[in-house]
Design a protein around this ligand. Structure first.
Ligand code: 5GP
Length: 183
């Protein structure tokens, strides 16, 4: 069953979101599991589409009720994958994508070892920094935080089945699709 589960990780700002959006709009069999988070919504983000935005209390209750496949803290907020979201989509025969950070990836690896693990890397750390600053959704302190985390994430590339260097969207997308379609 979990062979239809695709776990995608990589530093913040690397372009995971654009690649996943393209994958989902190209092939309707793919769907992105909507995570829960305690992070405040950014401008334009919609509850239930981008994330399920929860209070810390709601999130902790969900942990106690074993509602998460995995969860982790990232840059001061909690993020988690809802088991109900993932398993209902897998049961429908969908290919389910999790876009999660490293600690969560390691938990999923223990629980769903036949999932496919994909790491998206930037061409360089400098380019990543430029992209993060360019998108303008984080302040300078948050960007430094995310760059620090990125260094740890880049060091963990070897734990993944496939490493994709996101140098240009069209080429990277083609390579991602090819990998996802392998049996
Ligand atoms: P952002 O705040 O930029 O939306 O996400 C920050 C980080 O949290 C990203 O690396 C993203 O992949 C990760 N993330 C999003 N949802 C989840 C989740 O459900 N679980 C875990 N472990 N990480 C998540």
């Amino acid at each position: 069953m979990s062979k239809n589960l695709f776990v995608i990780a990589g530093p913040s700002g690397v372009g995971k979101g654009s690649l996943i959006k393209k994958l989902i709009s190209t092939d309707l069999n793919y769907t992105l599991s909507v995570s829960a988070t305690t992070r405040p919504a950014r401008a334009g983000e919609v509850h239930g589409t981008d994330y399920f935005f929860m209070t810390k209390q709601e999130f902790d209750k969900c942990i106690l009720e074993n509602g998460f496949l995995e969860w982790a803290e990232f840059a001061g907020n909690k993020y988690g994958t809802l088991i109900s979201e993932v398993d209902s989509q897998l049961a429908l025969g969908k290919k389910v994508i999790l876009e999660i950070e490293l600690a969560g990836v390691r938990q999923v690896k223990k629980l769903r070892s036949d999932a496919k693990f994909i790491f998206i890397a930037p061409p360089s750390l400098e380019i990543l920094q430029q992209r993060l600053a360019g998108r303008g959704t984080e302040n300078p302190a948050e960007i430094s935080d995310r760059i620090l985390i990125a260094k740890d994430e880049l060091a963990a590339q070897g734990e993944f089945d496939f490493v994709l260097i996101n140098d240009d969207l069209a080429g990277s997308f083609e390579r991602l699709l090819n990998f996802c379609e392998l049996d």
